[in-house]
Design a protein around this ligand. Structure first.
Ligand SMILES: [Mg+2]
Length: 211
């Protein structure tokens, strides 16, 4: 079936998560939460990972005995990192704009925390997409089939008419195929493609030949 929509992943696909700045910031966040850096890493990437990606950040911070000022500091530390990353990679805006000019609907499905949602309107991504689905806002994460179906319903497109593009984190490429979408991997420094053996692009502009 001819593609009618292209759905993009966000991090390490059309924007680069600022890993270095986040590494510098983590000890400051840990300190505010009253944790050692080791405790912080265990919890952030362990029991808190799902919670911070499928719900309000306030729910996560409420687990800690923080003053309102400390909540504010943690929130602003994290927002600064996220804001730095929310910049289109070279070729992203041009590729998406060209796909739209061809009549394709453009969607986004991101596993992200609430700060992405709240910062979105002030970024250069705002207005590029017909529909955006953020995990923290909808309470679902990739590769849950429901998050793909939600995006497709919003776009008004059947799975067979949609292409998913991502770096491969969260098993998102196989997840897209399981709901009947075509998936294209993006070769990114994140190294998340794993054993993906489907189509791969090195530059987003290559999508213009593949979609
Ligand atoms: Mg990604």
């Amino acid at each position: 079936m001819k593609a009618r929509a292209v759905v993009f992943d966000l991090w390490n696909t059309i924007a680069v998560w600022p890993e270095d700045l986040w590494a510098e910031t983590r000890p400051k966040v840990a300190e505010q939460l009253g944790l050692t850096i080791e405790e912080f890493e265990t919890r952030w990437y362990g029991d808190l990972a799902q919670m911070r990606e499928i719900g309000p950040s306030g729910d996560v911070l409420a687990l800690f005995d923080l003053s309102p000022a400390a909540v504010e500091r943690v929130t602003s530390l994290r927002r600064a990192v996220t804001r730095k990353g929310l910049v289109p990679v070279p070729g992203a805006v041009e590729t998406i704009t060209t796909l739209r000019e061809r009549g394709l609907k453009i969607g986004l499905i991101s596993v992200c925390s609430e700060d992405v949602v709240s910062l979105w309107e002030e970024t250069d991504f705002h207005g590029l997409f017909d529909e955006e689905v953020f995990s923290a806002a909808v309470g679902l994460r990739k590769p849950d089939p429901r998050i793909y179906r939600l995006a497709l319903d919003l776009l008004g497109v059947e799975p067979a008419g949609a292409v998913f593009v991502g770096d491969g984190a969260n098993d998102e490429l196989a997840g897209a195929e399981r709901v009947g979408m075509r998936a294209i991997g993006v070769d990114s420094p994140s190294g998340e493609l794993g054993d993906w053996d489907g189509a791969i692009v090195g530059e987003l502009s290559e999508l213009l030949e593949l979609v």
